[in-house]
Design a protein around this ligand. Structure first.
Ligand code: NAP
Length: 281
């Protein structure tokens, strides 16, 4: 039987509409400061989409396009100024940066209450400790998809393939926080298919095209594909979609699954940051 397709475009639209409704209740619209350094074409497209959707949700677009040869200390000073500016609700430093810049200390310097990408050490610590804070966008989007489709997380066996700081680790923490029994896999995992077959919820975030085949999926499982690859035949994910659809109960397509959720959750985080700022003001 073919799996139910999880429609990320529809869920992302619903999140963006809910965000716009929340923005309308705020005294002052949140302001999102996106920092784009240099002229990387893919980054320019990502940032343009973020800005467009930020404005569509009624938020203030506080974009800065900075020269590709900007010095580390100049960029650090800009982040510090945004941290101190009460008009700025969220700060997003678009990655990757040009080679001469070191992203880690710049990300670390973003004020955790304005860290709408959820990537600072403080945000990671808050997540692990179960404290309120801003969570990374892509793994939060996965949880949103599971909830939208009524997937039972509590008590479920969840397997996350990938342990990056951006996706795999926060994904496992978010599932754990919702009382799933979580297993994390990585490049040194022995017999990946047999571990994956335990999963009621399988999240593939390995960055390897079509790594997950039907032999890795328990019949009826929910399969979430975070992977995104441009191939000669078009976009594909970490899951062999056609074959796995015959085994899984639900599955995300690529494109149109997890991808649209990331910006929607960025907008959600910006509203959350505004609400956190209002509480601490
Ligand atoms: P990453 O930093 O390269 O991490 C990949 C992880 O997968 C690593 O932990 C690695 O293990 C593990 N891995 C690699 N090969 C494996 C294998 N054969 N078996 C099991 N595990 C393996 O990648 P990422 O940033 O997390 O991104 C993962 C994928 O998601 C990429 O395709 C990326 O394009 C996509 N992505 C999509 C979105 C979106 O919005 N849709 C957002 C972010 C990322 P080790 O730790 O042992 O090396």
């Amino acid at each position: 039987m073919a799996a139910e397709i999880i429609d990320g475009k529809a869920v992302a639209l619903a999140v963006r509409e809910a965000v716009a409704a929340d923005v309308a209740t705020l005294e002052r619209p949140p302001g999102l400061a996106t920092l784009l350094v240099g002229d990387d074409p893919a980054s320019a497209i990502y940032v343009a989409n973020k800005r467009k959707q930020c404005e569509a949700a009624g938020m203030r677009d506080l974009h800065q396009h900075l020269p590709g040869d900007i010095a580390q200390d100049e960029l650090a000073a800009i982040v510090e100024a945004l941290n101190a500016d009460p008009d700025v609700t969220g700060i997003l430093l678009q990655l990757p940066l040009p080679d001469h810049l070191d992203a880690a200390p710049l990300i670390a310097s973003i004020h955790p209450d304005k860290d709408v990408d959820g990537l600072t050490e403080v945000s990671a610590g808050r997540l692990v400790l179960g404290k309120p804070g801003l969570r990374p966008c892509t793994p939060s989007g996965v949880i949103e998809l599971l909830d939208a489709y009524g997937v039972q997380i509590e008590g479920a066996e969840a397997v996350v393939v990938g342990r990056s700081d951006l996706v795999g680790k926060p994904q496992a923490q978010l599932l754990l926080a919702r009382n799933a029994t979580v297993t994390m896999c990585h490049s040194r995992t022995r017999d990946l298919p047999s571990v994956c077959r335990r999963a009621d919820i399988l999240v593939a975030a390995a960055g390897v095209p079509r790594l997950i085949g039907p032999d890795s999926v328990k019949p009826g499982a929910t399969v979430i594909d975070v992977g995104m690859h441009r191939t000669d035949e078009g976009l594909c994910g970490d899951v062999d979609f056609d074959a796995v659809s015959e085994v899984a109960g639900r599955i995300t397509p690529v494109p149109g699954g997890v991808g649209p959720m990331t910006i929607a959750m960025l907008l959600r985080n910006t509203v959350t940051a505004a609400q956190l700022a209002a509480v601490t003001a």
